[in-house]
Each structure stands twice: as structure tokens, then as C-alpha cells.
Ligand binder design. Structure first.
Ligand code: G3I
Length: 299
């Protein structure tokens, strides 16, 4: 393949990017998006604050723009994200208990229903586990509605869009550690009790190296019977060896269905001066780009 998307497709996978509609009139940006990627995710446009700014009043304009751009070009779409402790609208931040639980599940149902049939995989729940060694849940207004909030969200998402793959997504889960093991135990429990979960997303916001057990960690989740995806990849100074290692790991795990980078050019990145992406600010390919493409092509 001569582009990331084409080379990934030849390996039965996708190569995607997070995009923002506020850059859709930037031709350098859009040319890269259209040329290189065969999957898109909204960097912000499908989050709770964006889609339900007032309770019960839904705004899908920007999310729809991303979906129609992708689908009209044969790209798939990842949905990000139905429930998260961050980027909640103010009205939700101020709620608790059964009122918040009902509002959250209604949000899942409404948004997943709106995009029904258009989403390859939804990040149903994002970042619900705590950092550090506890392996437990993160405290949040959602968690305080009861430990079963995650499975309730997955069941509501399945009912609303039965054909979307339903993912749990998190960061600092890229190697085998207490946090990833806590998630592993949740996924194993969900599978044993028939809670609908199809995939786990590994954000992979990385320093300049990749954990030595990165592939083994993906594989242990795959062995539970879920797909795995690299969902928000960016690497400090775009270390080419690290980008190649992530690519190799995904290709080596048959249930790793694709990779998404969290932005297009370095200047589009939430990581500012980290130069963490595959294209420089002028849109030129970086060494990391060539490392990824060569690895996808089997080099
Ligand atoms: O939309 C407002 C705009 O109206 C306002 O003028 C402007 C002023 O700062 O802010 C705009 O909102 C910003 C939004 O990005 C859109 O640009 C928010 O302040 C800013 O906080 C938000 O940051 C996003 C962040 O999630 C929010 O937590 C980043 O773009 C986005 O890259 C980042 O993505 C997250 C994933 O969703 C989950 N995993 C981690 C990842 C990186 O933090």
C-alpha cells in the first residue's frame, strides 16, 4: 500500500485519525485526511458536552459532518464517547444519584440511536478506571451512581445500535499493570455474565518507548474474546521505532482490528510541543510515518 489506510486494509485493518470539524476548511489538513486514512473519529464533537449541551436537547451537526465525510469516502467511523467523567455539560456535572443515572442512560440511548448503523465501534465508556496501583474504578459522579453504571451503559448502547461494536476505552493501560488488569477483570466478568462488550480500546498516549509487554497485553484481552484497537495513538517526539513497534504489535494480534492516531499534524495535537504525530505542521511526512507504512507493508 502507498498510504496508511491502503496498507492497513491490505492487512485486514484500518488506519484512522481523530479529526475536528473546525479544520474541515483547511485544505492541507483535508488532503491528508482524505489521502491517508480509512477511519475517522471525532476528537470532541460526539462527547456529552457537544451532543447534549442542555438536558434533552441534542445537537449532532458537527458529529454528522464527520460521519458523512467518512462514509461518503468509504471510511469507517469510531464513535467517541458516550459516557466519560470529563467533558460533561454543566447540567450533568451538577447531577447525582438516580437522576444522573437516568440522564446518562438516556444520553447513551439517544446518541447511539441517532448514529445507529453508521458507527463501526463506539467507545461506550471512557477512562472509568483509576490511575495507580488500586486496579479499581475512578471516583466520579457516574461511579457514585453505582458500580453497575458501566454495564447499564453497554446494555443501553447494544439496544440502541445492535450492529456497532461496543468498546471500553482507557489510557495508561498499554502494558500489563494494575490499571489494565482491573479492566481485564471487568471484561472477563462482563463476558461471563453476558454483558454486551465487543472491544477494548488502548489509547496509547505514549512516551518515547513502548512497554515491552504491549503486545502481550493486547493478546490477553483478545484471548477473552474481544477485539482490541489502538484508539488515540501519539508518541513523544514521534519516535519512529516506537511507532513501528505499536504497528507490529497490532499486526501480530489477529483481533487487533485497527489503529487510530490522535490527530493529523503535530500542530493539530493536544500534546502541543511533543511533536507526537505522523505529519509535521506543514503536512509533510515524518520519519515515523515511513516507519509505520513500511511496517504495515511488512518491511
Ligand atoms: O469548544 C470550546 C470553544 O468553544 C472554546 O472557545 C475553547 C477555548 O479554550 O475551548 C473549546 O473546547 C476545547 C475542546 O478541546 C475543543 O477544542 C476544550 O477547552 C478542551 O479542553 C478540549 O480538549 C480536548 C480534551 O480531550 C478534553 O478533555 C482535546 O481537544 C482532545 O484531544 C482530548 O481528547 C482526549 C480524549 O477524548 C480521551 N482521551 C484523552 C484525550 C487527550 O486528552
Amino acid at each position: 500500500g502507498t498510504t496508511l489506510g491502503q496498507a492497513a486494509a491490505e492487512k485486514g485493518r484500518y488506519y484512522g485519525a481523530a479529526v475536528g470539524t473546525y479544520k474541515f476548511n483547511d485544505t492541507t489538513y483535508m488532503n491528508l485526511v482524505n489521502r491517508e486514512f480509512n477511519s475517522l473519529v471525532a476528537e470532541n464533537e460526539m462527547k456529552w458536552d457537544a451532543t447534549e449541551p442542555q438536558q434533552g436537547r441534542f445537537t449532532y451537526t458537527n458529529g454528522d459532518r464527520i460521519v458523512s465525510h467518512a462514509l461518503s469516502r468509504g471510511m469507517t467511523v469510531r464513535g467517541h464517547t458516550l459516557l466519560w467523567h470529563a467533558q460533561q455539560p454543566d447540567w450533568a456535572k451538577n447531577m447525582s444519584g438516580s437522576a444522573l443515572r437516568n440522564a446518562a442512560i438516556n444520553h447513551v440511548t439517544q446518541v447511539a440511536t441517532h448514529f445507529r448503523g453508521q458507527i463501526y465501534a463506539w467507545d461506550v465508556v471512557n477512562e472509568a478506571f483509576a490511575d495507580g496501583g488500586s486496579g479499581g474504578r475512578r471516583d466520579s459522579n457516574l461511579q457514585r451512581t453505582g458500580n453497575d453504571w458501566i454495564e447499564a451503559a453497554f446494555r443501553a448502547a447494544r439496544a440502541a445500535d445492535p450492529n456497532a461494536k461496543l468498546c471500553y476505552n482507557d489510557y495508561n493501560t498499554d502494558g500489563i499493570n494494575a490499571k489494565s488488569t482491573g479492566i481485564y477483570n471487568m471484561v472477563r466478568d462482563f463476558k461471563s455474565r453476558g454483558v454486551p462488550i465487543d472491544c477494548v480500546g488502548f489509547q496509547s498516549h505514549l512516551g518515547s518507548s513502548v512497554p515491552g509487554d504491549y503486545q502481550a497485553n493486547l493478546q490477553r484481552f483478545a484471548d477473552l474474546g474481544v477485539d482490541v484497537q489502538i484508539t488515540e495513538l501519539d508518541i513523544l517526539q514521534a519516535n519512529a521505532n516506537a511507532y513501528a513497534a505499536v504497528t507490529r504489535a497490532c499486526l501480530a494480534v489477529s483481533r487487533c482490528t485497527g489503529i487510530t492516531v490522535w490527530g493529523v499534524r503535530d500542530c493539530d495535537s493536544w500534546r502541543g510541543g511533543d511533536n507526537a504525530l505522523l505529519f509535521d505542521c506543514s503536512g509533510n511526512k515524518k520519519a515515523a510515518y515511513n516507519a509505520v507504512l513500511d511496517t504495515l507493508n511488512g518491511g
